[in-house]
Design a protein around this ligand. Structure first.
Ligand code: MCN
Length: 795
């Protein structure tokens, strides 16, 4: 009996290729292509008075220089708002090249195309842009004061304002025995994938068609955008995502200006054109996230049970809103985590600033929301003198209350309705893993040795696998090779392995025979993209349906050939046999031959299949009426709502009594993403997420000055954690299957980073004894907080 692949902790098959430098990333492609470089705005808010390109033409090897004036038709229109929302009353987007006014440092003003990147950069450096400075808005405080406007026609700097309310919060707060109001801040940060963005385009003059490659999280989205803006039939464009060195959200935005301009220039010049983003460009012209001011007012009883929760969020959306209000709407709904909030009201303002645009970054609004909710849970416990885990447990939604409808609208416009989860069981596991009940003794010991230690906790629920759909295609070649295609893309999540596991099980073939292609519109033209931890749920189930369809077809044809009933057949290791009579069998490859009217004489499988040819009626066509030729099938998965994964983290930190240096001593994770396709991949995802979360909690922030210049736009100044700062992550799982999809899967890709800031804050607070209300936190900030609290204590 073949080992079942679903749930097997097998190593990622793509890793040898990627780890030995044999991956094919965007910059590995396009030898001989012309290169593009961009002149980007140096001012955060200004009118362009003049652009002088004369000197740039002096550089030998320059092929083209483009400004907004060169753009025509749809190329000259503002970039699209990808996810409109009725509350987004003042949506604004930029242009492929700046049209008159710049709204943040880094916007593309001029595109130079030259023989190589060096020449393109040399020419770009000779272009002079004269700006007439306008007043600048940086940070949420400045945005909400509205003394200066980013866009004249967006009053109050408000792009969107949304209120959702369930129950009567005012009454609940008024009647509550206890109330607290907690102000919270999370600073701006960004994804920082190892590989920046990049585009290569090839125009075929004969066919009048475009083939392009983009380091994107959605090749179908890029293709659609290019078709619209270049006024080309979709059939004449193919977009391929090659190996992508991380995305973490920033590459789901489409089209980036460069994704339009590079193919547009390739067509205009009749030459291959390529652009590879450098790190500085990534800092100043891609996307950021996280920055929010939040205020929670909570009412609760003597047991810590929340009776009413009123949350206000001021979200910094940067200069434009191409991605709508996804981030703040996630914060405002997902902050509820595993808890029942009693009456709930959430209100947010999405505000313009003269800074880089904000779009979802791994976790997408959840780290901020979880920070708000978990700080609130700790504050309730501190107020009542209760155990922090007990207060959480008192507010949990219980397994028997699933499915649990919060009565709110989620990011996908569907109800925020949890499908599964066992929060008390997760908490019990977490407490056992971290040694919750032994911590008091441990702390005493540490204190006796002059050390300060603290224990922190954080819980979250994450809507994953959002729709609307994904599709999968499975095809068995006459060699027995199984080709699997999904249109969604891969940035390092291990889809080649996980999807092969699903097909191996569903079809009954060896995993070695399964080959997975992602993100290539030539193989699958219908897809939404990889984001929102949706690939496993969406493509996983679509591919499973496709494999099932192929299996059914194979059994039908084999039954004919073997003169058996399809119900009596089984497939194992690519061989179809009669149950209990393994001698009566036919290989899947032979069935592939039989399902294809062309029998190739040189094909081994064809030869094998001929022995069954006699079983066919010569008057009967080889492909039956209504049957498609070939052993292949499609599957589509389109759920009615998201599925909700969850997790609980705990950390033990030590803070240096003198230097205030913060060290994570232990980091423990309990994670529930339903049925795991591959526990090894899931753990890798969780570990990577925690590493990113540690960066967000302790190191990473975007340091803008008052004029809108990003002061730390390089890895010399923007601190990412090294391996030395990322703790060993102790992980355990709980598998509560999702009832919403046949495989019982929930997503896992963002989980690790979601509660980390909340957990570390909780642990530092526990070590220090005063509230931590703002993240990230550096040793100098902690030192300053100590000083303030010491002074308070004396006064
Ligand atoms: N998985 C599993 N069992 C489950 C759920 C998931 O084995 N029950 C596996 C999946 O098969 C997949 C991986 O875990 O191989 C992640 O699956 P999923 O949760 O569906 O997430 P996506 O594949 O949709 O990936 C997107 C998600 C997001 S939103 C960000 S951001 C992120 C992340 O994945 N960006 C990443 N993880 C990343 N990992 C890498 N290396 N690089 C990125 O850019």
């Amino acid at each position: 009996m073949t080992t079942r692949q679903l749930g097997a902790p097998i190593r990622r098959r793509e890793d040898p290729r990627l780890l030995t430098g044999n991956g094919r990333y965007l910059d590995d492609l396009g030898a001989g292509a012309l290169h593009a470089a961009f002149v980007r705005s140096t001012s955060a808010h200004a009118r362009i008075v003049d652009i002088d390109i004369t000197d740039a033409w002096e550089v030998e090897g320059v092929e083209a220089i483009y400004t907004y004036e060169d753009l025509e038709g749809p190329m000259a229109q503002p970039l699209p708002v990808l996810i409109p929302h009725p509350a987004l009353t003042h949506a604004r987007t930029g242009y492929a090249l700046v049209n008159g006014e710049v709204n943040h440092v880094g916007e593309p003003v001029v595109m130079v195309v030259a023989r190589d990147r060096y020449l393109a950069e040399d020419a770009a450096a000779r272009i002079r842009v004269d700006y007439e400075a306008l007043p600048v808005v940086v940070g949420v405080e400045a945005a909400r004061s509205a003394s200066v406007l980013v866009h004249d026609d967006a009053p109050g700097n408000v792009a969107a304002h949304l209120v959702q309310e369930v129950g009567d919060v005012e009454a609940a707060l008024a009647a509550a025995p206890h109330t607290l109001t907690i102000p919270l801040t999370i600073e701006r940060s960004a994804c920082m994938p190892m590989e920046g963005k990049g585009v290569l385009a090839r125009w075929d003059r004969d066919e009048q068609s475009m083939r392009m490659w983009s380091s994107t999280q959605t090749s179908t989205g890029v293709r659609a955008a290019v078709a619209a803006r270049l006024e080309l039939p979709l059939a004449r464009i193919h977009c391929i995502a090659p190996d992508v060195g991380g995305g973490f959200g920033v590459k789901i935005v489409h089209p980036w200006a460069e994704e339009l301009l590079v193919p547009w220039a390739a067509r205009a010049l009749g030459r291959d054109v390529k652009w590879t983003e450098d790190r500085r460009e990534h800092f100043i012209s891609s996307a950021h996230e996280r920055a929010q001011l939040q205020e929670v007012t909570v009412g609760f009883d003597d047991d810590g049970v929340v009776l009413g929760l009123d949350v206000k969020v001021w979200h910094d959306n940067g200069a434009y809103t191409p991605y709508g209000i996804i981030v703040p709407i996630i914060t405002s709904t997902q902050l509820l985590g595993p808890y029942k909030p009693g009456a709930y009201r959430c209100e947010f303002w999405s505000l313009y600033t003269n800074t880089v645009i904000v779009t979802p970054y791994r976790g997408a609004g959840r780290p901020q929301g979880v920070f708000a909710m978990e700080r609130t849970m700790d504050a309730i416990a501190a107020h009542l003198g209760k155990d922090r885990a007990d207060v959480r447990e008192a507010n949990f939604i219980l397994p028997e209350e699933m499915p649990y409808d919060h009565g709110l609208m989620f990011q996908d416009g569907r109800p925020l309705k949890y499908d599964s989860g066992d929060f008390p069981a997760s908490l019990a596991k977490l407490k056992a893993l971290v040694g919750w009940d032994d911590f008091t003794a441990y702390r005493k010991q540490a204190e006796a040795a002059g050390r300060k230690v603290g224990l922190g906790i954080g819980c979250y629920v994450e809507g994953t696998g959002v729709g609307p759909y994904e599709a999968g295609h499975v095809q068995v070649e006459t060699s027995g090779r199984v080709n699997v295609a999904t249109g969604l893309t891969t940035q390092g999540q291990g889809h080649e392995t996980a999807f092969a596991q699903i097909v191996a099980d569903e079809l009954g073939v060896r995993i070695e025979d399964v080959h997975v292609t992602t993100g290539d519109t030539r193989r699958m033209g219908y897809a939404v993209g990889t984001f929102a931890s949706r690939a496993a749920v969406m493509s996983g189930n679509a591919i499973a349906f496709a494999a099932k369809a192929v299996r059914e077809k194979a059994l039908r044809i084999a039954a004919d050939a073997l003169e058996a009933n399809p119900d009596d057949l089984e497939i194992e290791d690519g061989v179809i046999s009669v149950k209990g009579a393994p001698g009566t069998s036919i290989s899947l490859s032979s069935v592939a031959v039989l399902s294809n009217p062309l029998r190739y004489a040189f094909d081994e499988a064809a030869k094998a299949a001929t022995q069954f040819a006699g079983t066919f009626d010569p008057d009967k066509p080889p492909v039956a009426d209504g049957e498609e030729p070939g052993l292949e099938g499609k599957g589509v998965y389109s759920p009615t709502q998201a599925t909700f994964a969850n997790g609980m983290h705990a950390a033990i930190v030590e803070t240096d009594p003198v230097t205030a240096e913060i060290t994570i001593l232990r980091y423990c994770v309990i994670h529930d993403c339903g049925v795991m396709i591959n526990p090894l991949i899931v753990e890798g995802q969780v570990h990577g997420g925690v590493a990113q979360g540690v960066g967000g909690a302790l190191y990473e922030r975007m340091a803008y000055d008052e004029s809108g210049q990003l002061l730390n736009a390089s890895f010399m100044d923007f601190l990412m954690p090294y391996a030395s700062e990322v703790p060993h992550v102790e992980t355990d799982h709980l598998e509560t299957p999702s009832p919403l999809n046949p495989l019982g899967i929930k997503g896992a890709g963002e989980a690790g980073c979601i509660p980390v800031s909340a957990v570390i804050a909780s642990a530092i607070e526990d070590a220090e004894g005063f509230p931590i209300l703002s993240m990230p936190i550096s040793p100098s900030e902690l030192w300053e907080l100590r000083r303030q609290h010491a002074t308070k204590g004396q006064s």
